[in-house]
Design a protein around this ligand. Structure first.
Ligand SMILES: NC(=O)c1ccc[n+]([C@@H]2O[C@H](COP(=O)([O-])OP(=O)(O)OC[C@H]3O[C@@H](n4cnc5c(N)ncnc54)[C@H](OP(=O)(O)O)[C@@H]3O)[C@@H](O)[C@H]2O)c1
Length: 472
């Protein structure tokens, strides 16, 4: 008998199982508690995460039942393609290719949405909430796009929506923000929350690989999807950032509120220069509260991070999220931000929470906005120091031309460095000039770069990184 069959034998025939385990006397109480009292789960999606959830529910059923003190069973599983061959053993009678069957089944108490995407997933979550069924989801895209509407529906219906797995995979950041850190005003959240891009940047740093080679290696090793667009263009991290920002500041947000830049244009040379200057490069999510204006800074971009800061040491597919609260100070959550089992761990944490709350009629968490809509700081107004690298022709007057534009817009240079010259394919001598600049508004640096873009001796696309010095 395979593991999944054993699981269902255990639940459906609880009497046999407990007779074996506990003896006749205890059996009586357990059976009375279990009959008619088993919570029924409807699982939508049996891909990477869904299969991890199902397998773990099977493997650790006894442990979960003992800890949660609530018997449960998976009643139905919705998939996209019934004919697909699966790596895990599942009773075909459980499968359907119509998720509506889960929502419409009066015996199903809780819906777990793991189908991904924004279209069907949105319809499913909405239909489940409308039907009064608590939903567990790992879908950051659907929450970033439709979160405000879905959370409002959740409140209207008094039906919770759980989403731990939508941010940081196995890292328990959502429940930490909702519960453990509840008394804190959050000053900032800074994080590395996309494992694929962090893997690529780590390969570029450690093996000196160009971006394209590092991406291909990540794809070969299964750390990047065949279509990695959302991971490398920053939008996967941005979706998670929006969810974290909503949680930390209690304000509704959506995708047009966040400035997003990906890692496609990071070059190996910037890693070398960053290293010499005491930094490394990370795709960083920054969510910062500006208390003076009661507004939020929200951005995702490759940034210079001081080597000694903990986030700089987060390498490979690992994720980390730093939260600075006014009471707790800075806490850093580190772990696996994706993958079958880590994500299943977060989903099942939510399933158990949902089961417990099903037992407490008026207990309701999830996210509800509690403050007015906070304004978002325009990108041009955000302030950090910068690293700017120009590729230039090696000739007199170029440095002076650059320095004069910095002076014109009152952007202070804190240090400069350059690389040895080389001769390009056209026989022109070139080198890289690096300018470290003191904290200034982005809009001022943007004017500098715009004016220099017309200089025939300077390449049009300089490399620009923000320098994130935390706890300054
Ligand atoms: N993968 C991760 O590491 C990770 C981490 C955190 C969060 N998440 C989130 O978890 C969710 C699932 O991700 P995943 O990686 O497990 O995706 P996946 O491997 O692509 O699996 C998707 C599953 O949904 C099923 N499905 C697709 N459309 C459906 C429909 N209309 N009705 C019913 N079932 C449908 C598919 O069925 P078939 O199997 O028949 O094709 C498949 O089983 C996503 O929202 C993702 O963002 C994933």
């Amino acid at each position: 008998m395979g593991k999944s069959q054993l699981f269902f034998a255990e639940q459906n025939c609880g009497i046999i199982y407990y007779r074996l385990e506990c003896g006749e006397k205890v059996l009586y109480n357990l059976v009375t508690r279990m009959i008619g009292n088993t919570l029924q789960l409807g699982l939508a999606g049996l891909g990477t995460v869904g299969s991890g959830v199902y397998e773990t529910l099977c493997r650790n059923y006894k442990l979960l039942e003992a800890r949660a003190q609530i018997p449960f069973a998976v009643k139905k599983i919705a998939v996209g393609n019934l004919a697909r061959k699966r790596d895990i053993e599942v009773d075909p009678a459980l499968l359907t290719d119509d998720w509506r069957e889960l929502v419409e089944d009066p015996e199903i108490d809780i819906i777990i949405e793991l189908i991904g995407g924004t279209n069907e997933a949105y319809k499913l979550v909405k239909a489940a909430l409308e039907a009064g069924k608590p939903v567990v989801t790992g879908n950051k895209a659907v929450l970033a796009e439709y979160g405000c509407e879905l959370f409002q529906l959740s409140a209207e219906k008094g039906t919770p929506l759980y989403f731990e797995a939508s941010c940081g995979g196995g890292i328990p950041i959502v429940q930490s923000l909702q519960n453990s850190l509840i008394c804190n005003k959050v000053e900032y959240i800074a994080g590395i929350i996309n494992g694929t891009s962090n893997y690529i940047l780590t390969s570029m740093k450690e093996k000196g690989m160009p971006f394209r080679d590092a991406l291909e290696e990540a794809q070969r090793l299964g750390f990047a999807e065949a279509d990695p667009s959302f991971d490398i263009n920053g939008w996967d991290a941005a979706h998670k950032a929006l969810i974290l920002a909503m949680l930390a500041y209690g304000t509704p947000l959506n995708t047009d509120k966040i400035a997003v830049y990906g890692i496609e244009r990071v070059e190996s040379i910037d890693f070398k220069l960053a290293d010499q200057l005491g930094y490394t490069i990370k795709l960083l999510v920054v969510i910062k509260h500006h208390a003076d204006k009661d507004s939020l800074e929200l951005r995702v971009q490759p940034s210079f991070v001081p080597k000694e800061y903990l986030l700089a040491k987060v390498d490979g597919v690992f994720n980390a999220i730093a939260v600075k609260g006014d009471i707790v100070g800075e806490s850093i959550f580190y772990g696996r931000g994706a993958g079958k089992n880590p994500t299943a761990s977060a989903v099942i944490g939510d399933i158990v929470l949902a089961m417990r709350e099903c037992r407490l009629a008026d207990y309701h968490t999830g996210f509800q906005p509690y403050t007015k809509e906070l304004s978002v700081v325009p990108m041009g107004e955000t302030v950090t120091p910068y690293y700017v690298r120009f590729r230039v022709q090696d000739r007199p007057g170029v440095i002076a031309a650059i320095a004069s534009k910095f002076a014109k817009y009152d952007v202070d240079i804190s240090a400069t460095t350059s690389t040895n010259e080389s001769v390009d394919e056209n026989g022109v001598r070139r080198n890289h000039l690096v300018f470290m600049v003191h904290a200034c508004k982005w809009v001022r640096l943007k004017y500098v770069l715009r004016e220099l873009a017309d200089n025939e001796y300077i390449d049009r696309h300089p490399a620009v990184f923000r320098i994130e010095n935390f706890n300054d």
